[in-house]
Design a protein around this ligand. Structure first.
Ligand SMILES: [Cu+2]
Length: 175
């Protein structure tokens, strides 16, 4: 599964490179970065602050990826999740958010409902499938959401911008 994912992302990256005229050394550097993100799937960035709130930082840019693929917290813990978009593209073109979904939610069906909800920041109106979500942001923006971690289990998180969830997803693990 992991090797397939690397292949897909690799392909995506090569296609992306073909479009611009960056130098070879630049390309090499970026490829390395992408591989690092994919191979370190256990990566997480949860740190406990003095106030007992767990701070999680997820970064994204103009490519469709999160730098964090797995987050581990404790049940009932207060979580402060910050998403940064360090790219340059507008949120109408390359918008990102983080949506943590309840257990049992089918990613493909949720994603298609979200894609049809442009008016509502790509969150289906009245949905009962979302535990927490940030707002949708574009390049240069940062957003934060605070919530309480649900009961123990493994939850999916995605970016709900149309078609992004195929690459922009991870596991939110509650112990
Ligand atoms: Cu996105």
């Amino acid at each position: 599964m992991k090797s397939i994912l690397i292949a897909i992302i690799g392909l995506f990256f090569i296609v992306g490179c073909g479009k611009d005229k960056k130098g070879t050394s630049d390309q090499k550097k970026e490829i390395k970065t992408v591989q690092k993100v994919v191979t370190s799937s256990a990566e997480e960035s949860a740190s406990m602050a003095a106030d007992g709130v767990v701070h999680i930082e997820i970064r994204s840019d103009d490519s469709m990826k999160f730098d964090v693929k797995k987050i581990v917290v404790k049940a009932g813990q207060k979580v402060k999740l910050t998403l940064t978009h360090s790219g340059r593209l507008d949120k109408r073109i390359m918008g990102h958010n983080v949506v943590i979904l309840k257990k049992g939610t089918r990613l493909s069906s949720f994603a298609s409902k979200a894609a049809a909800s442009r008016d509502n920041d790509f969150i289906p109106a009245g949905t009962t499938e979302v535990i927490a979500h940030t707002k949708m942001i574009g390049g240069g923006e940062t957003t934060t959401v605070e919530f309480t971690a649900p009961e123990a289990g493994i939850y999916d998180y995605i970016c709900s911008f149309p078609a992004h969830y195929a690459l922009m997803k991870g596991k939110f693990v509650v112990e």
